[in-house]
Design a binder for this molecule. Structure first.
Ligand code: GLU
Length: 330
């Protein structure tokens, strides 16, 4: 009798769970590799919403992907609801440049907000004797995987520094693999456009193989900054990578991570996500060290696709429209 009662209770709970799960809308966020910042940042956004999942009837799920270009295409194709993407890639997709030059401007792309800054990070082994970008000539260099944001950044930095792609032995390695290949001597250097700190660069800078983070500076880079306003100067604080032992911050250039969707994504879903993150920003900032410096104001900078209507509804209510470029309000 007792066993039957327990069994019935278990079945009842399972049915309740099932009916609750059926009531919920599942929203997938495309992120990046497991060792980057997109994946935990997507996890942080998900946690903000999922703790109130019953109230909102929405459940977010971060998905590991190839990165920015994959995510933008996936939200536009309807394979994903939300995606994280570099601000430069958001600009290029919306204006039909780079990977989108054949297909043309993706006018249905929408932005929600931006998150952490990302730096173009070049890591090279000490034995490669790479001190500047130009020293990459003749070396085995991972420029990033197809579908990633960083691949175009690597190409831009190389070209701006006078290094043609033919002058290096270019490899297309997934970020998760790059530190291991570097330490095993399979590659001499890799590029990764990523927020700091992250476990990828931590892994690369610890262990027996001595590596350096290489500055990305010089007249060619100055010209690149002039040409593309989505690039800005930034530094990688040396003390983030403790065991690496660098004394000085590393000068480089960077972009911003942003959250994008298609204009077709339901306004209410976007409204709820935007509201939860902005209303609980102090909590959100504690979920990953790369998010620590976010403010309501800087989260509305670096966007180039129009603001999604659901997010705009929240920004109007919260009095934040003054921080948004008026061209993005449609
Ligand atoms: N910026 C990279 C990309 O768009 C992803 C970095 C990360 O996963 O944090 O491909």
């Amino acid at each position: 009798m007792k066993r039957t009662a327990i069994l019935l209770t278990i079945i009842l709970f399972a049915l309740l769970e099932l009916s609750e799960a059926n009531d919920r809308i599942f929203v997938n966020i495309g992120t990046g590799g497991l060792t980057g910042v997109y994946y935990p940042a997507g996890g942080a956004i998900s946690r903000m919403i999922n703790r109130k999942s019953k109230v909102y009837g929405i459940k977010l799920h971060p998905e590991s992907t190839d990165g920015s270009v994959y995510n933008i295409n996936a939200v536009l194709n309807g394979d994903l609801e939300l995606g994280l993407a570099q601000s430069d890639r958001q600009y290029q997709a919306y204006h039909g440049l780079a990977e989108w030059s054949q297909i043309g401007p993706r006018k249905e792309l929408r932005s929600l907000f931006s998150i952490h800054p990302e730096s173009i990070t070049l890591v090279a082994t000490e034995t490669s004797e790479v001190k500047k970008v130009i020293d990459l000539i003749g070396k085995r260099v991972s420029i990033g995987n197809p579908g990633s944001g960083q691949m175009q950044n690597s190409k831009d930095v190389l070209a701006a520094s006078g290094v043609s792609l033919e002058a290096i032995e270019a490899k297309q390695v997934m970020p998760i693999k790059a530190p291991e290949l570097l330490k095993e001597g399979e590659i001499d250097a890799f590029f990764y456009t990523v927020g700091h700190p992250n476990s990828n660069i931590k892994e690369a800078t610890t262990g027996c193989t001595k590596v350096n983070i290489i500055p990305i500076t010089g007249p060619g880079i100055d010209a690149l900054l002039q040409k593309h306003s989505y690039y800005s100067r930034t530094v990688i604080p040396a003390d983030l990578y403790f065991s690496y032992g660098a004394k000085e911050d590393i000068e480089t250039i960077g972009v911003k991570a942003t959250l994008v969707a298609s204009s077709k994504l339901d306004d209410n879903i976007v409204y709820v996500i935007t509201k939860e993150v902005f209303d609980n920003l102090e909590r959100f900032k504690t979920l990953h060290p790369a998010l620590a410096l976010l403010t309501r104001e800087n989260m509305l900078q670096g966007l180039s696709a129009p603001i999604h209507q659901g997010a705009l509804k929240y920004y109007k209510e919260a009095g934040l429209v003054k921080y948004i470029n008026p061209d993005l309000i449609k």
